[in-house]
Design a protein around this ligand. Sequence first.
Ligand SMILES: Cc1cc2nc3c(=O)[nH]c(=O)nc-3n(C[C@H](O)[C@H](O)[C@H](O)COP(=O)(O)O)c2cc1C
Length: 209
Amino acid sequence: MSNAIKPETIQVIEDRHSVKVYEKGYVIPQEDMDLILSAANAAPSGWNLQHWKFLVIDDEAKKQELLPIAYNQNQVGDSSFTVAILGDLEANKNAVPVYDALVEAGGMSAEIRDTLIGQINGAYEHPGVARDSALSNASLAAMNLMLAARALGYDTCPMGGFDHKAFVEHFNVPERYIPVMLITVGKAAKPAYASGRFPLSEAVIKNSF
Ligand SMILES: Cc1cc2nc3c(=O)[nH]c(=O)nc-3n(C[C@H](O)[C@H](O)[C@H](O)COP(=O)(O)O)c2cc1C
């Protein structure tokens, strides 16, 4: 592998950087937006509960309203659109439609479905599970979104720097969902700042600490 050409996916991962300056007014075609959001929606999730909603903010007036909530980080106003990745705090409720569909398709028995739904609801009674699951699973969707955007030639910036409470209030986010991060998507006008990583030898621990 070391001498081989890098697989395209690895190249896309390496090419992704957090771009903060975008071509203002650049319109991403709807079909590309759909591809990006479909890739996000294709993320894996625990029990396939799909703990996410994608609140797309592409209306100019709404982008301007988001700007102060995102502490005036310019990328929110200048990018083509921003996606608020929301985590589902009641994703256990998704178990019924997810597993009913499997039973209907003949891929699962009704008994196994009922057992699984019981296990999922049991797990969600433990404190912290709903929030941890919402954050971790929705974050996987966020990563898919950024990589899909890069694969299509666009750039992104994940953002945790925004007033979560103000965001929820302003965009009428139901209590069931928590904002996980914002992701700006657009055409880069300036490359991202250089960002390094700790060497792999520091990041990887083999077998046990
Ligand atoms: C959860 C999270 C929150 C972030 N919040 C912000 C932010 O509010 N504003 C910003 O400009 N960049 C933000 N970033 C981008 C990071 O600064 C960036 O990912 C990091 O410096 C590494 O650079 P790279 O993404 O270009 O590799 C955030 C990244 C993550 C993953």
